[in-house]
Design a protein around this ligand. Structure first.
Ligand code: SF4
Ligand code: FES
Length: 650
């Protein structure tokens, strides 16, 4: 329990005093270097006392767009004497998961000698520069802040209207029905229990075509199947709630508003797969979510939905919240496993996959918050529990995979909207899509998006797959000031910047061949939102979308994104470590007007330092960061020459 103990020490003292590290090593009977190995990896930990005041300002996408750079300058100017005297520090940090109220600021006030565990930071979200400066100056002089801090819970709760929330409007006692249902079947005997487990994987998850919501978009039932079939003394379920991709904050809302769905999803997965322990791995900046999840787990245990001998069935499944020691890379599933194992959170090569060799080398299911939160609704609102006699043999993974999904039988799958003409034209000719989806005439499923940037109502929206990009922007109140759309980052910084209009020349070759010559361009606003449809366009569709109006400066944005990747690369792979820094240097040279037209021409060519580096990084990266890190700068040079031109030195 090194990580959790270090979290407690840091929370108590504001840093990690050496004597406490020595005492911890003795208490856990591990060498001190094991403790130091962990401490030196995570940016959250510090070994020296902090200044009295630390101000962290998010410098990533939506916050940068809403002036975080000028806020940092104002804070530095106004706290200059405190900074010089070492009593205060101001620094830009990576996304804090509050992109819907940008710019996001967290202020840590460490009064001298304060060892009372009250080092929790104060959040100031979407505030004017003068308000944040006034708060910082008050705290620096030991006074009460002049403006009350903001809470995540202050935002309107949209969860009662979400379809994912099968318990909306119902009393607390009526929750955990999906767990109750599988436990009831298990009580009726091992064969009925197995049949119900098969039904959940096959009839519920597979027919729903529930996709993993962590980014890769694989079909959820496959991982569940593989963990169920894997052999191990113990099995684990890990919910990945380390949401750190700039522009992404939907898991924050799910954890805060509907922690019961997440906890039930973990319990359900554990019971179905034969696991006995679950972890909900949450980033440490989500304090309110951590409290909500812990409170929910305690309640579920008290009601005997979780813990030992669930509802008297003899089935054990314990869940706990694991607070991440920080760093974007911890969201990578193998890195996250490393952190829970008290190691440095460096991603590792796969295979072996986590489904067979995961946490402590045991079969482990790692699913995103949203994936697990959908599971109860899909199970409850889908086909009813089978009362027929169970089949003589258990369904194997192979058999389940082979059976075509019957999305019409799934409540969740049936929600998808029909394809429009363009999607039908493309996907109707896509053999792979047809193989996977049969004669489907709909985009199955639903999904939650965090959308921020130049919008009137940034926030989390639950939508049916297949609504258009424009419809989602309308839901979010349209573009601020009635401006036109310039570009979107459709998967945080990972997918780079996509222009509002996609001219034929930049379409993937396959589409150029497939679509009639009469179609010269396609409006991004008209594209239907589904991860696989976007893939046909060579576009990534993540859970965090940032919208840029015609006034946005994409050169500045590209620099912010490249800085994010170079500071978050874990450094394990040399090309990623060096390459991500090189991309930041190029972006900084461009933003600093130090590049000539000839430099830009060289960088934009078919073979340039950018394409070579991107190729090397993609082919040597252990994890996805190394593959996507070049995208902000590459997409800027490819799609936005006018923006680049404004920065070219003469
Ligand atoms: S690709 Fe980058 S972030 Fe990923 S493991 Fe390698 S160095 Fe670390
Ligand atoms: S909180 Fe600033 S980009 Fe997410």
């Amino acid at each position: 329990m090194i990580v959790q103990q270090l979290n407690q020490i840091q929370s108590h003292y504001g840093y990690l005093p050496r004597e406490n590290l020595v005492a911890l090593a003795e208490r856990l009977a591990v060498p001190l270097y094991r403790i130091e190995e962990v401490v030196s990896f995570f940016p959250h930990y510090r070994k020296t006392p902090p200044p009295q005041l630390e101000v962290h300002v998010c410098r990533d996408m939506s916050c940068h767009l809403r002036g975080s750079a000028s806020l940092i300058s104002d804070l530095e100017a106004n706290l200059a004497s405190e900074i010089t005297a070492g009593r205060a520090s101001v620094c830009g940090v990576s996304c804090l998961g509050r992109c819907d109220r940008a710019p996001a600021v967290r202020i840590h006030s460490h009064a001298a000698g304060k060892h009372d565990g009250s080092h929790e930071p104060l959040s100031y979200l979407g505030r004017r520069n003068d308000e944040v400066v006034a708060v910082a100056k008050a705290l620096a002089s030991g006074k009460e802040p002049v403006v009350q801090p903001d809470q995540d819970a202050d935002l309107p709760d949209r969860s009662p209207a979400w379809k994912i929330n099968a318990y909306a409007g119902k009393p607390r006692e009526e929750r955990y029905q999906a767990v109750k249902r599988v436990i009831e079947a298990i009580r009726r005997g091992p064969a009925m229990g197995d049949a119900e487990r098969d039904r959940i994987i096959q009839s519920a998850l597979k027919n729903a075509v529930l996709l993993g919501m962590g980014g890769a978009g694989g079909q959820a039932f496959k991982k569940w199947c593989e963990v169920r079939e894997a052999v191990g003394q113990r099995k684990y379920v890990v919910c990945n709630a380390d949401e750190s991709e700039p522009g992404t904050f939907k898991d924050r809302e799910l954890l805060l508003r509907t922690p019961y769905l997440v906890v039930e999803g973990v319990l359900l997965a554990g019971i179905v797969l034969g696991a006995t322990q679950g972890y909900i791995y949450i980033r440490h900046e989500y304090e309110e979510c951590i409290a909500a999840v812990r409170e929910e787990i305690a309640w579920a245990q008290a009601q005997r939905f979780a813990g030992e001998d669930i509802l008297g069935s003899g089935v054990d499944m314990t869940v706990e919240a694991f607070v991440s020691p920080g760093g974007y890379i911890c969201g990578e599933q193998t890195a996250l496993i490393g952190a829970i194992e008290d190691k440095r959170a460096e991603p590792r090569n796969r295979p072996p996959e986590l489904q067979t060799n995961g946490l402590w080398d045991m079969p482990t299911l790692v699913n995103n918050v949203e994936t697990l939160a959908w599971a109860p609704a899909i199970v409850l609102l889908g086909e009813t529990q089978s009362s027929a006699a169970p089949p003589a043999t258990r369904a194997t993974c192979r058999a389940i995979e082979k059976a075509a999904p019957d999305t019409d039988k799934s409540w969740y799958g049936g929600q998808g909207r029909p394809f429009d003409e363009l999607a039908t034209m493309i996907l109707g000719s896509d053999a792979d899509w047809q193989r996977r989806h049969g004669a489907a005439t709909r985009f199955p499923g639903m999904r939650m998006f965090s959308i921020s940037g130049d919008l009137n109502r940034p926030g989390v929206y639950e939508i049916e797959n297949g609504i258009t990009v424009g419809e989602l922007i309308d839901l979010a109140g349209g573009i601020r000031g009635g401006k036109k759309l310039k570009a979107m980052a459709l998967s945080g910084p990972s997918g780079g910047f996509t222009p509002a209009v996609l001219p034929r020349a930049i379409w993937p070759r396959k589409l150029q061949r497939l679509l009639p010559e009469t179609i010269k361009q396609v409006e991004l606003l008209g594209l239907q939102m589904h991860i696989n449809y976007f893939r046909v366009w060579d576009l990534m569709l993540g859970a965090g979308i940032v919208v840029y109006s015609e006034d946005a400066d994409l050169v500045e944005q590209a620099l912010a994104c490249q800085r994010f990747y170079s500071s978050e690369s874990c450094g394990k792979c040399v090309p990623c470590r060096i390459g991500s820094t090189k991309f930041t240097e190029i972006a900084a040279d461009l933003a600093g007007r130090r590049l000539k037209r000839s430099d830009i021409a060289a960088l934009s060519g078919e073979s340039s330092v950018i394409t070579d580096l991107a190729f090397t990084m993609a082919n040597t990266a252990i994890c996805g960061l190394g593959t996507v890190a070049p995208n902000p700068l590459s997409s800027l040079l490819k799609h936005f020459p006018t923006d680049v031109e404004r920065y070219v030195s003469s």
